[in-house]
Write a protein of this length. Sequence first.
Length: 424
Amino acid sequence: MVARVSHANSRALSRAPLQPTRLPLQQKARGGRPSSRTIDCTPGLRHHSRVDAELLCPACRIPLTELRTGNGVIWRCEKCDGRAVGLQLLRRTFTPESINPLWLHAIHHEGRSARPCPSCGNDMFEVALDSSSGIKVEVCRICEFVWFDAGETQTLQARPLPKPKPQVVLPQEAREAIALAKVQQLAEQARGSDFDSAPPDEWWKSIAAFFGMPVEFDAPAKKRHPAVTWFLAGLIVTASVHAFFHLQEAVQLFGLIPAQAFRLHGLTFITSFFLHAGIIHLVGNMYFLLVFGDDVENFLGPLRYIALIALAAFVGDLLHIASAPASTIPCIGASGGIAGLITFYALAFPQAKIGFLWRYFYYFRWIRLPAWFVFVLWILFQIIGAYEQKIGISSVSSFAHLGGAAVGVIAWFLTRKSAPLLQA
């Protein structure tokens, strides 16, 4: 860019590219008064004594008015309506076929000298605008200005506007899925990192986590009320609480004893499921049944859900018997069936977040882990527990848990193609 310096106010004004530079020179004129003149630093060009920073109309010799357009700036004469336009602006506004020929004519000297340039004052070069209209325009090869008299731009062909991209109309289901994904993304950002997460929205989950229970973040949407889960939990609580008043007699009568597995015609496979050894045992099993069972029931439907729990409990009992067939110690509890539904949950909702409250004295931090990872950890603990059970140092039947988990895996493989794989 060229800086024109006005001696009157010492201001520098930016002009079009490739303009020659003129520097003010102070000299002592006659009588001792200073005078200003300019020196043209472009070799071979005529010197002009004009020192103002305004662009002048080559026809009328009056200052041009600056006009801002959508593509750039042009200068217009208010009197004759002529216009000075930069070459780069012309190339952005009109097609190459309209602009390139006149510039080629100018640089190849295919024309004649014409009026002075509005910017630098050197003679412009008059060239043909095109081969058909007979219009001639003037080009300054130094400033890359093109002068158009009134109406001479009408024959130029404007660049076509870019074609708008076709709008793709997504189906309603796709739009809803995108909106849901954005909402979930915002929710994830609000919760923060999985290893320093915000607490769950429900107050009771914070209480459960305080006592060491895992809690479910962002439970999968439910299409139906989990009536079977709540009914089954009610039956188990009723039977267990009733048995608490005569627990030893109830366990000996209705517990599953491996050495007498088919006593009462095999009825103890069922009755042992509804009995528990105490309040903590009962509350723990019911917590897992209610928290994770409702999602599995919603996924499978009531009938397949009942079948899953029943088969998981039965296979868990069989594996418990196989681990110690001569044992006379009764086994009670619903954890074999619950292990089956927990396994199914982890496989059907692998990305569901399971939260834990890690605490050290008065320091608390929420940690969220994907369900599949928690399931892997749980399986590892059950394998360790099965070893401890086998050598006689554990009172928990981890073999029953592993048997129920095996049924959960098989059930998931059988049903994953008939129902959509949901992920929280």
